[in-house]
Design a protein around this ligand. Structure first.
Ligand code: SAJ
Length: 441
């Protein structure tokens, strides 16, 4: 990639989490001075020591490199810079009685209020956090309220602004962050044309994909649409899994066959949809247009119903045994990561720990200690080799690559509840052994 001359001497990234830290690091790797800002002192200390507080392949090496090269420095309080990239969480408001969870924009507002004192004429502020439609306009208002001495841009009202503002959603897949930050296309939603141009200058520093300009509201909805699209498609697969259980059909075989059609490409069912994005972002569309977003709402409900259903299937199977040992394979929200937050596998195990009354073993090769809430319920963390021989019921909750090494003989005579379609992949490896019982049987 040909390096462009940067119009920015110093770029600040607000929020050093799963998005902000890789972004700050990649920008710094392009030879630009970057200041990472986070309210959490341990995250700041880790970065300044050249280490990372999150798991992302290749990230620690790059952080170490850019910190040692003097390009990346972390602080808890914003300092002046030429551009500010805000990558803070946008969770739900906890504890509301409404059916539709409301977006919590308090982290964005706090970020705006924290950078306002150091903003100066000519600066660029980019919001990357996944946000409901209209948030960039709110951001502009919060900044305006805090800095009445500066002119901020207003959507559809041409005029000269002192500060440029744009919405440019992050779209990287956890686990492939460093690669996708560079190769993915970016959507640039400036509040004005001048704002879009300023944001383009920033992303051209490191993005090799296309940078496509639109307005801020379209950019906001586009990000939500991508994740809602995936949620709805996973919900279709999950609904087929419910239907198949009712009709006694193997859902994996069904999907494999249906996907042989040239225009059909069904995703994988599972124990539910986890993570901080796909299970959250569709609600931001619903909260903005509840009457219209019927399919999106229903998809969320279908996916959210999965963990309880899977737990129920395990409890039903347990009734066939006296004091069965149940081994749950995987706790993370998807394969080959250590992230247990919003994980449907965790929900299933929690539910079982409350109702199964059996010995409950979990195998999660990516962690060394169970969360306290599971330990307190008597759940143990085991290796695959410890758990499989003594388990009566094996529940596959995550298809980590290391589970592909299971020899089908290790499952002989056990009840296997396979929520991730691992068995067909094992069968491929050891086609001769097929003597375990599955739920569909
Ligand atoms: N899942 C299924 N079946 C499937 C695919 C996924 O059950 O066929 C489940 C996973 O097991 C997991 C959940 O869905 O529990 C979400 O995983 P994911 O890999 O689909 O997505 P995330 O949450 O890791 O990342 C998504 C990505 N969005 C899209 O692919 C449209 C990523 O590009 C976004 O940047 C990210 O959300 C985000 O930050 O918004």
């Amino acid at each position: 990639m040909q390096r462009r001359k940067s119009p920015f001497n110093r770029i600040s990234v607000i929020g050093l989490g799963y998005i902000g830290l890789p972004t700050a690091t990649v920008i710094a790797s392009r030879g630009i001075d970057v200041i990472g800002v986070d309210v959490a002192a341990p995250a700041v200390d880790a970065v300044n020591a050249g280490k990372v507080h999150i798991t992302e392949p290749g990230l620690e090496r790059l952080v170490n490199h850019v910190v040692n090269a003097g390009r990346l420095r972390a602080v808890t309080c914003p300092e002046p810079a030429d551009a500010f990239v805000i990558a803070v969480p946008t969770p739900f408001v906890e504890g509301t009685s409404s059916d539709v969870p409301a977006p919590d924009l308090s982290y964005i507002q706090a970020a705006a209020e924290s950078i306002a004192p150091v903003l100066k004429h000519g600066d660029l502020v980019i919001l990357e956090s996944t946000s409901p439609v209209g948030t960039t306009e709110k951001l502009s208002r919060w900044l305006r309220d805090a800095r009445t001495d500066l002119a901020f841009p207003v959507q559809d009202q041409p005029g000269t602004a002192d500060v440029h503002i744009a919405y440019c959603p992050e779209r990287i897949l956890p686990g492939k962050a460093l690669e996708e930050l560079i190769s993915n296309d970016r959507i640039i939603g400036g509040v004005s044309d001048a704002c879009s141009q300023a944001a383009l200058n920033l992303y051209h520093l490191f993005v090799e994909g296309d940078c496509i300009v639109t307005d801020a509201r379209t950019a906001e909805l586009s990000k939500l649409t991508e994740n809602a699209y995936r949620d709805v498609n996973i919900a279709f697969a999950n609904e087929m899994a419910f239907i198949c259980d009712e009709l006694g059909v193997d859902v994996w075989e069904l999907i494999r066959l249906a996907n042989r059609h040239p225009r059909v490409s069904i995703l994988n069912p599972g124990p539910g949809v986890g993570g901080h994005c796909i299970a959250v972002d569709p609600w931001f569309i619903v909260s903005g247009a509840p009457q219209q977003a019927k399919l999106i709402t229903q998809a969320r409900k279908v996916n959210d119903a999965r963990p309880a259903y899977v737990a129920e299937q395990v409890l039903l199977a347990a009734q066939n045994y006296t004091d069965p040992v149940i081994a749950c394979l995987g706790l993370a929200f998807k394969p080959d990561i250590d992230d247990l937050r919003e994980s449907p596998a965790m929900e299933v195990v929690k539910e079982l720990s409350e109702h199964a009354g059996s010995q409950l073993l979990t195998v999660e090769p990516n962690i060394t200690k169970l969360p306290a809430e599971l330990e307190l319920k008597g759940v143990s963390l085991s290796s695959l080799d410890e758990a499989l021989p003594c388990a009566d019921i094996v529940v596959v909750l995550v298809d980590h690559s290391s589970f592909l090494a299971i020899d089908s003989n290790q499952l002989a005579g056990k009840t296997v509840i396979d929520t991730r379609g691992l068995l067909p992949r094992l069968k491929k490896q050891a086609a001769s052994v097929d003597n375990y019982t599955t739920i569909a049987d």
